[in-house]
Design a protein around this ligand. Structure first.
Ligand code: SF4
Length: 55
């Protein structure tokens, strides 16, 4: 499970971010964040996180 900080950083930059409500951008507020293990259904979280590290 990624940290809140990581989910916010990704949510702020992810091109597929699709907010559930008007709360702060974060994967935990994204419509694609779901499932029993709570992860990105598009399977791009790790990719987004890696891209963040390169900036
Ligand atoms: S859950 Fe997936 S689509 Fe949504 S912001 Fe995170 S990485 Fe992007």
């Amino acid at each position: 499970m990624p940290s809140e900080e990581q989910m916010r950083a990704v949510g702020e930059t992810c091109t597929e971010y699709w907010p559930v409500d008007e709360g702060p951008a974060s994967c935990s507020n994204c419509s694609h964040w779901k499932g029993d293990e709570l992860k990105c259904e598009l399977d791009i979280f790790e990719l987004q996180l890696t891209n963040l590290d390169q900036t």
